[in-house]
Design a protein around this ligand. Sequence first.
Ligand code: ATP
Ligand code: MG
Length: 658
Amino acid sequence: MTDESTAQETYAPDPKFAEQANGTQEMYAAAEADPEEFWAQQARDRIAWSTDFDQTLDWSNAPFAKWFVGGELNVAHNCVDRHVEAGNGDRVAIHFEGDQGDTRTITYADLQKEVSKTANALASLGVAKGDRVAIYMPMIPETIFTMLACARLGAPHSVIFGGFAADALRTRINDADAKVVVTTDGQWRRGKPAPLKATVDAALAPKDGEADSPVETVLVVNRTGSDVEWVEGRDQWWSDLVDSQSEEHTAEPMDSEHPLFILYTSGTTGKPKGIFHTSGGYLTQCAYTNSVVHDVHPDTDVYWCTADVGWVTGHSYMVYGPLANGATQVVYEGTPDTPHQGRWWEIVQKYKVSVLYTAPTAIRTFMKWGDDIPAKYDLSSLRVLGSVGEPINPEAWRWYREHIGGGTAPIVDTWWQTETGAIMISPLPGVTELEPGSAQKPIPGISAEILDDEGQPLTDPEAVGYLVLTKPWPAMLRGIWGDEERYKETYWSRFGDKYYFAGDGAKYDDKGNIWLLGRVDDVMNVSGHRLSTAEIESALVSHPKVAEAAVVGAADETTGQAVCAFVILREDAKKEADEKGEGDDLVQELRNHVGQEIGPIAKPRQVMIVPELPKTRSGKIMRRLLKDVAENREVGDVTTLADDSVMNLIKDGMTADS
Ligand code: ATP
Ligand code: MG
């Protein structure tokens, strides 16, 4: 790898921004000097405790952590009631923007009433502290009411993506032994109603050889007015049960370690894991990161996290973090291209969104659609941009800053996982000198290292190793639901029990910044050289005709593994290629481009121009499925795929390879 290919342009913080930034350089020093004291301070400053904690961290039963031991709080009280009590009841909590153009403005005072009614309704169904509630709903206010009502009652929720089919839903409901399922009749998808309750009915139907479903009640919000089947005695309309409840409900304090939720990982690498989170530590780190990383100022900002609520980002940065901070935010039900490709920018303009948090997959899609679309809207309110979910290619980073951020907004590339609960590695806007494509440094309070195969810390720039976390952190998972062994084995055994193994490849650059290189399973070995999928993908995306790329290593008789690339073209390039029929030349051009950017060893054996890539509902590329294609295998488990017709599209269109 040449020096030129990694020499990156950097962006110093703007002094004006720095002056008002919530994050500071001093935080790094304070956290370094005494991490536990630093976290204790965050917990006391940002969270209201009904009983103060007497021990910050109990790690005596490692790797099972206890944070803020002895402390008591109610998470929903922290996210709702205390803001009303502080006189901010009139502040807007949620600007809801529906798929159909319907809107709803919910203040913190409204939120308190809605959450209280929902809590009373769930309690009337017999939901008590410790019971599990499954939530299978679209992005509507009732989903947030339900999550907070569960938190209020101490009943852990399990939110399941509205895109999952009956089998995926059944296994998750049964795994968590849920007593109640909250759902809607249907959900709006691109302007049309799609059934949702029917999937719940199928998931709960008796199945030969399986125990009866644990679910006693299905609570149904009427969202689309679709016809539904009804099971008397089990099913209840939200409007019948919730609307008439009292608007008052007293939130009982819970132990700091009381379970808050279970959430299944997106399943990019295999069978999804039921990741389990608790209360005090989780809320502390969500509130802290939303403040110092997103730089949210609750009294002036309008914040928008575009993640689906069924993903951890929707939990930590649409529900718990911003609401704990008393922020005003946008919640959008629909897709980016309904009814037109400028919908997001129209929303930014309408609400004067100032902080936007989204995923690289969305940014690359907008790049594909063209610069002229965002250019039609006034985006001048945006002052911080965030990215999460996958490495953001430097090219996409620069496009985001230029075309969305007005050429000035700092971008925070945030690395974290369902398991970590909150942001772990990220620049702090106003503090860090930004480097496109790198998540840069652990935030204050977090410690990470990169280890080689033998578990020795790597410091050489450019050497590829494994990302590990070296100290427990407040929002860390407390286990895999019902499977202590799998927790230890998956995360705390690869390098011994002192290191949390994240499963991601990483390297440092010559500035000491961390680059995430994709899943450990995705790091390729070509003729004895380690190559990262992320780097080759970034090289492809840096070509002006490419919008998105996915790279996998396929078994190869001569080289061990060979690089296979799947590429989506930008709209204008695609038109041109179709007109001229220049497919083969373009493939050659892209192979050479990778050769120039990274080195001849990285040149893909095959480049396949495809119309779409297989993605999870959280927008992550599922490389293992592409690997199946590249190795001519039957395609594996597709249950967590957002759209399972994509694999056929890819296979059908694949004849035009190199
Ligand atoms: P599964 O564990 O079931 O395969 P998943 O890992 O895709 O699912 P998540 O917990 O949602 O589910 O995703 C976390 C992963 O996403 C990280 O381990 C990392 O690979 C990737 N990731 C998230 N943010 C970033 C980022 N800013 N840069 C690079 N990679 C990121
Ligand atoms: Mg994972």
